[in-house]
Design a protein around this ligand. Structure first.
Ligand SMILES: C[S@@+](CC[C@H](N)C(=O)[O-])C[C@H]1O[C@@H](n2cnc3c(N)ncnc32)[C@H](O)[C@@H]1O
Length: 268
């Protein structure tokens, strides 16, 4: 039923209004808790509520604490495959800095940190409020501003989940361009566990190994969603990177976790 309503809202273009109403509701619902958390942490810079809503959940405490856990997760997942000392590390699709803001503290081994996003407001806020990280804006389509073979590690949290099929191909190539040969790319996707969100028709498409796109809204926006069968991901990576790890997402108390892919760029 939920999927049917979402489909109607999407096809009639009303999904943005529904999303805006949801934002207003979350703003009211969490207002006291959010105000209290900000008051209790006067030394921490917080982005405006819509930025947090659009990229995560409208809960300042979770934005901050889960962001730190996210930075530790990047460090812990990457460490078996790369020595995180004196490295160039990029957060592509950094949003309002939820994860990357913690990296200078979490990985303090002479590494250099970078963040890029297509949303100008996020990049402005991050540049003005997050020390120790260099930020740049990219467009919806490649390229990034960086030179080829710059980065040792790139992580991409919940970005391919909002892109069209054409952008998957173009952005994967672009990430490979700026990654050093032998460099590590971590990315998340909507894997098997998220099939529970799909309609029967979409499940058939998914099971054929095809990317499922929920378009009808502006690409890159949180309401634009893509679902990633494993076979599709392997085809995307083929001849460019080898898969070091694939950790399928599981059902959590808060919803469906995304799959994690850790790749190594082939040295060609
Ligand atoms: C779900 S949010 C995740 C933000 C951040 N990675 C995090 O984990 O908090 C998706 C992010 O992808 C960004 N995004 C979408 N399309 C993009 C593109 N083509 N290039 C760069 N960023 C993009 C959005 O602006 C948004 O910040």
């Amino acid at each position: 039923m939920r999927q049917k309503i979402a489909k109607i809202l999407r096809s009639t273009g009303l999904i943005f209004i529904a999303d805006l109403l949801r934002y207003r509701y979350m703003l009211l619902k969490n207002r006291k808790k959010n105000e209290a958390f900000c008051r209790e942490h006067p030394g921490i810079a917080f982005p405006e509520p819509y930025m947090i809503y659009e990229t995560f959940r409208l809960d300042y405490q979770r934005y901050y604490e889960k962001g730190k856990e996210g930075a530790e997760w990047v460090r812990d997942e990457a460490s078996p495959f790369i020595n995180l000392k004196d490295r160039d590390i990029l957060d592509w699709g950094c949003g309002p800095g939820r994860v990357v803001r913690h990296l200078p503290e979490v990985i303090n081994n002479g590494c250099r940190f970078y963040g890029s996003d297509y949303n100008a407001a996020y990049i402005k806020w991050c540049s003005e409020n997050i020390p120790g990280v260099s930020f740049s804006k990219n467009e919806l389509k490649p390229p990034l501003v960086y030179e080829s073979r710059k980065f040792d590690l790139i992580y991409v949290i919940s970005i391919f989940t909002h892109l069209s099929e054409q952008s998957h191909v173009e952005w994967f190539e672009e990430l490979m361009r700026v990654l050093k040969p032998g460099g590590i790319l971590m990315l998340t996707s909507h894997g098997n566990v998220t099939k529970a969100n799909l309609t029967p028709q979409e499940i058939q498409q998914y099971d054929r190994g095809e990317l499922v796109e929920r378009a009808n809204v502006k690409e890159g926006h949180r309401m634009y969603t893509a679902y990633h069968p494993e076979a599709y991901m392997h085809k995307l990576f083929a001849n460019k990177a080898s898969v070091l790890k694939h950790k399928p997402g599981t059902k959590q108390s808060w919803g469906f976790e995304q799959d994690l892919w850790i790749l190594k760029k082939l040295a060609v």
